[in-house]
Design a protein around this ligand. Structure first.
Ligand SMILES: NC(=O)c1ccc[n+]([C@@H]2O[C@H](COP(=O)([O-])OP(=O)(O)OC[C@H]3O[C@@H](n4cnc5c(N)ncnc54)[C@H](OP(=O)(O)O)[C@@H]3O)[C@@H](O)[C@H]2O)c1
Length: 280
C-alpha cells in the first residue's frame, strides 16, 4: 500500500512549463526548492494576488508573475492556495490544464474527487500533504495519484515534492486524513513538546531563557539523532534510561495510565476525525 521513500532529490531541468497557483508559505518553499534544483525560472508562472517581495524579485530571474492573456496548457499546475480559496482558484487552474497536464494539489482536505469536478474530464491529479519543515527542505510529503496519472507524471510529481523533503506515496486516498493528523499537523505536537518542556523547566526553577534554550536544542538535537541513527525511537529512548534513574522516574509518569501515548493516540484520532469532517 505504501511505496518507498523518494530517492535523492532529482534535478528538475526537464520539467515545465509549470504554473504555481498560490505563493504563500508552502508555495514559496516549493518554488525555492524547485529553483535550487535547476527548474528553469523562465518555465515558471506564478499566480498570486499578493506576492511578497521575494516572489516579485524572482521576475528578474525570468519567473512570470500573474501573466496576462490567454492561458496555454502547462505541463504541471501546482495548487497551493488555502482549501477555502479552492473554489476561486480552481477555475484559474483549469485554464492551464490540457490533455497532458498534471495537476498537483497540496490543499488540505480537498479530495481528488473534488478537484476532478473542477478540472477538465480525465485530468491527471496528484493530491499531496506536505508539512511545515518544507520551509527548510526537511518536510515529509505523502502523495496519492488518480488513475489518469502516467508513470512519467508520477515521477514529475515525486521530483517536485522531493525538492522540499522526503516523499511517500499511498494508493488509498482515505489514508490522507490520518496522514494529515500525523505528519501534516505533527510539527505542532513537537513544538508543543518544546513549549511544555520550557514551562516545566521554569516550574523546576530554571531561568526562562535557559529553559527555552534547553527545550529547543533537546527537541532539535533528538530529532536529528533520530533521523541519522539506524536505531528506532524506542531503542534510542531506552539508551537514555538507566533503571531507577532520573529518566526512568519521568517516563513512569509519561508512559503511565493516561500518559503520552494515550494522549497522542486520542489527539491523532481527533485530528483524523476532523479531517474527515472537513473533507465532507
Ligand atoms: N502550512 C502547513 O502546515 C500546511 C501543511 C500541509 C498542507 N498545507 C496546505 O498548503 C496550502 C497552502 O498553505 P500555506 O500555509 O502556504 O497558505 P498561505 O501562506 O495562506 O498561502 C496561500 C496563498 O495563496 C494565495 N491565494 C489565495 N487565493 C488565490 C487564488 N485564487 N489564486 C492564486 N493565489 C491565491 C494567498 O493569497 P492571499 O494571502 O492574498 O489570500 C496566499 O498567498 C493549503 O491548502 C494548506 O492546506 C499547508
Amino acid at each position: 500500500m505504501v511505496s518507498g521513500m523518494a530517492r535523492k532529490p532529482q534535478p528538475l531541468k526537464s520539467i515545465g512549463p509549470l504554473v504555481l497557483i498560490g505563493a504563500g508559505k508552502m508555495g514559496s518553499a516549493m518554488l525555492e526548492g524547485w529553483l535550487a534544483r535547476g527548474l528553469d525560472a523562465k518555465k515558471i508562472s506564478v499566480i498570486e494576488p499578493q506576492p511578497v517581495k521575494a516572489i516579485k524579485a524572482l521576475t528578474r530571474r525570468g519567473v512570470k508573475l500573474n501573466p496576462k492573456g490567454r492561458a496555454a496548457p502547462a505541463s504541471v499546475v501546482v495548487i497551493a492556495v488555502k482549501p477555502q480559496s479552492a473554489t476561486e482558484a480552481l477555475p484559474r487552474a483549469a485554464a492551464y490544464v490540457g490533455k497532458v497536464t498534471l495537476t498537483l494539489s497540496i490543499m488540505a482536505g480537498r479530495t481528488i474527487g473534488f478537484l476532478a469536478n473542477a478540472l477538465p474530464a480525465r485530468s491527471a491529479i496528484v493530491r499531496a500533504m506536505p508539512n511545515t519543515p518544507a520551509a527548510i527542505g526537511r518536510g515529509i510529503t505523502v502523495a496519492v495519484a488518480n488513475g489518469e496519472v502516467s508513470a512519467r507524471q508520477r515521477k514529475q510529481a515525486n521530483d517536485l515534492l522531493a525538492a522540499i523533503g522526503a516523499v511517500e506515496w499511498v494508493s488509498d486516498e482515505r489514508l490522507m486524513d490520518a496522514v494529515t493528523a500525523v505528519s501534516g499537523s505533527g510539527p505542532a505536537y513537537v513544538f508543543l513538546l518544546a513549549e511544555a518542556m520550557t514551562q516545566a523547566g521554569i516550574a523546576s526553577g530554571l531561568p526562562a531563557e535557559l529553559a527555552a534554550r534547553l527545550a529547543r536544542e533537546t527537541v532539535a538535537g533528538s530529532g536529528e539523532l533520530l533521523r541519522r541513527s539506524s536505531l528506532d525511537a524506542a531503542t534510542l529512548r531506552q539508551n537514555v534510561t538507566s533503571p531507577g534513574g532520573t529518566t526512568a522516574a519521568a517516563l513512569e509518569i509519561l508512559m503511565g495510565p493516561g500518559g503520552f501515548d494515550t494522549l497522542l493516540t486520542q489527539a491523532i484520532a481527533a485530528a483524523t476525525r476532523r479531517g474527515r469532517e472537513l473533507a465532507g
